[in-house]
Design a protein. Sequence first.
Length: 155
Amino acid sequence: MKAQGFVYAGDLSAGDLQSLIEKLGGDFVHFTWTLKLFFAGEGVPKTWGDEGSAFNKNCEVKWQRVEGEKFHVLLLCDSPMGDLPLSQIEGCWETEEQVTELISLDDKRFAPSFERYPAVGSAKARLRCKVFYRDGFAMFVSPREVIADARAESA
């Protein structure tokens, strides 16, 4: 069943991006990267990389470096947010929840720069996410939670 979604966008400095994530609260997981490196962790990122995503059970903040310490930022939310340094994106936004299996970090075909998924501390995990539709068209897959893979734990 689809639910209403809310999308906001704007350009922020690194300091304002950090303040936004802190203001949203909750337990964040983040992934941030450059062309050479990929970082995964919990909480507010210590380094921003060129692109990244921080998410919790209610929202996701996506960023892309524009120049220097300036970032283009998208905020994908399950409920409306007030008092933001971002503008709401118009359209009829709906979301639909999905759960997907993540790549096993033990698989030798991949060489990620981390050994365990954040929040679960395991090489195998699943990802609960929301697909965001704008006016009926899928626009974003927005992570919400890294969850333990029960099948991996029983193996």
